[in-house]
Design a protein around this ligand. Structure first.
Ligand code: AMP
Length: 288
């Protein structure tokens, strides 16, 4: 397994692999790897000749009051995980390597960012798409793997590659959960004991909402309110949002119809957690 820290070396390597006719899979991450990341790596391993894992804690996608400084890191352990998953190349550049000077262009996103995480995390998705534009140009992947825990990210990134004809196939991967249902996240280690115990109720709240759909409820407002109530009753967290939208377009809906996403974000002291379930109008989960 090769560890590459510079843009020039990575780009040269990818260009020559591409010339040799090798297919390249990219799994972009911010490190502190867990089983969610491993699932992405396993899919990438199966579907490509060369598997690249990028680890880059991207400052551009964090707001000034967010948890960039508290984001967990463990480079050594991440490298061990990568080796165990048969990664070919770990691309782990420094911030200076990715952003050597002030940029003279910025990406502005005009759809799907005035809802869910886009509403409270101003500039977040612009930061995500900017770093991905760089990572795609540097690693030249055929396929790039993204977790549906961050379903809005998947939608925004898919729209970006479609808008700009970026020749990379975006592969969504189902959310990996702890035994009690909590979606795996690097941030979970920042929860204290009580918060970790309460965090399991996010997924339960989503399933509670989905049950309403299964039982024939068609009013999104009733479902959203039941999910919010469930979170308030079971946690001390502060609800950032609970919403039920069409999927994959993420439009507001006035009645339960087609494929939908029920998504939540809850702020605990230790971490802000997000989760979602995606299902059809009968309440059948689309990704498991
Ligand atoms: P991050 O390091 O948090 O930026 O995540 C890197 C990639 O892993 C993103 O595409 C995430 O959506 C994905 N990911 C994070 N947590 C999970 C999970 N529990 N299940 C599946 N994918 C995940």
């Amino acid at each position: 397994m090769k560890i590459v820290r510079t843009v020039s070396e990575m780009q040269q390597l990818s260009k020559s692999l591409q010339k040799e006719g090798k297919s390249i899979g990219l799994v972009p991450t911010m490190g502190y790897l867990h089983e969610g990341h491993q699932k992405l790596l396993r899919e990438g391993r199966q579907q490509n000749d060369i598997l690249i894992l990028s680890i880059f804690l991207n400052p551009l996608q964090f707001g000034p009051t967010e948890d960039l400084d508290r984001y967990p890191k463990n480079e050594e352990r991440d490298i061990d995980v990568a080796k165990n998953e048969n990664v070919d190349i770990v691309f782990m550049p420094s911030v200076e390597e990715i952003y050597p000077s002030e940029m003279s262009h910025n990406i502005s996103i005009t759809k799907r960012t005035n809802i869910l995480c886009g509403k409270t995390r101003e500039g977040h998705f612009e930061g995500v798409v900017t770093v991905l534009a760089k990572l795609f140009n540097v690693t030249i992947p055929d396929n790039a793997y993204f977790g549906l825990k961050d379903a809005q990210q998947v939608s925004v990134v898919k729209a970006f590659v479609d808008d700009f004809n970026v020749p990379v196939n975006i592969v969504p991967v189902a959310t990996v959960r702890e035994e009690d249902g909590l979606a795996k996240s690097s941030r979970n280690v920042n929860l204290d004991t009580r918060e970790r115990e309460e965090a399991k109720y996010l997924y339960r709240a989503l399933l509670h909402g989905k049950e309403f759909v299964e039982q024939g409820e068609t009013d999104p407002k009733i479902i959203i309110s039941a999910v919010s109530q469930f979170i308030i009753e079971h946690t001390h967290g502060k609800i950032d949002y609970v919403d039920l939208l069409s999927y994959p377009n993420l439009d507001h809906i006035s009645e339960v119809t087609g494929d939908m996403i029920l998504a939540v974000a809850v702020k605990f002291n230790g971490a802000r957690l997000i989760d979602n379930v995606i299902f059809n109008k009968s309440g059948k989960l689309l990704y498991t």
